[in-house]
Write a protein that binds this ligand. Structure first.
Ligand code: PEP
Length: 251
């Protein structure tokens, strides 16, 4: 299987012109671009090879209607979007996202035919308790976040993103996860989903790693067989570095 790469632009860039420029540079096969929603139509208009991902969805089971401020997965789908990030740690930390709201979003996305990219990962406090503590925390998150889609079929992308490794800008010597431990965590996640009394065993699971992936560390993560791809934040705003990362992944 080819590695998947998702470019999570977060709340960047500000101008539509910059978003279009970035999209054109990052438009490559097996690359999925997740721009802010307000740039989605402009980005869609210039994407020819890659695919599109929402950074969040609202758990609304309708294409239109009286839902002020909402963007449902069906509406994203109509816009040509195939994936949606759900439960990113920044939304959990700053925007009141809970396992309950995430579970509803995962369910609504799958029902609408949007592939969820569920983000999970432990904080530094949890990790301070050791790897096994972190593993139990992550598996509990997954259990709660997938609670409403037990027994279903389809594709689920799980992005393991240790919170303490996100946006630490590895090129300046920040903190990144040890690739072996990241690979082991993703292996544990896959085993849990395959075995958990067969609740999620029918899903095709794709396991991504995210947390300061950059051109200087992608090589070591690529050695981990359990890692099927990457969620790239900061480096996806630097087109030259991002293209190099994708080149290394696909070489
Ligand atoms: C992210 O926030 O999903 C992410 C992986 O960000 P970064 O690459 O900047 O750590």
């Amino acid at each position: 299987m080819k590695h998947l790469v998702i470019a999570n632009w977060k709340m960047n860039p500000v101008s539509t012109e910059d978003a279009i420029r970035l999209a054109k540079e990052e438009d490559m096969r097996d690359v999925i671009i997740a721009p802010p929603s307000f740039h989605m139509p402009s980005v869609r208009a210039v994407i020819k090879r890659g695919a599109l991902c929402a950074q969040d969805i609202d758990p609304i089971d309708a294409l239109s209607g009286p839902y002020t401020g909402a963007i449902s997965p069906l509406l994203f789908k109509k816009m040509g979007v195939r994936y949606a990030i759900i439960g990113h740690s920044e939304r959990r930390a700053h925007l009141g996202e809970t396992d309950d709201s995430i579970a509803k979003k995962v369910h609504t996305a799958l029902t609408a035919g949007i592939i969820p990219v569920l983000c999970v990962g432990e904080t530094s406090e949890v990790r301070a308790g050791g790897y096994m503590n972190a593993r139990d925390f992550v598996l509990r998150q997954i259990e709660r976040d997938l609670d409403l889609v037990r027994g279903g079929v389809g594709k689920l992308i799980i992005a393991y993103e240790p919170v303490w490794a996100i946006s630490t800008n590895n090129n300046d010597g920040g903190v990144i996860d040890d690739s072996e431990s990241a690979g082991e965590m993703i292996q544990n996640i896959k085993a849990f989903l395959a075995e958990s009394m067969k609740l999620w065993a029918q899903y095709k699971i794709v396991g991504l790693y995210g947390g300061s992936v950059g051109v200087n560390n992608i090589g070591m993560f690529l050695k981990e067989r359990s890692i099927d791809g990457f969620l790239v934040g900061g480096a996806s705003l630097r087109a030259k570095e991002f293209k190099k990362i994708v080149e290394i992944i696909h070489s």
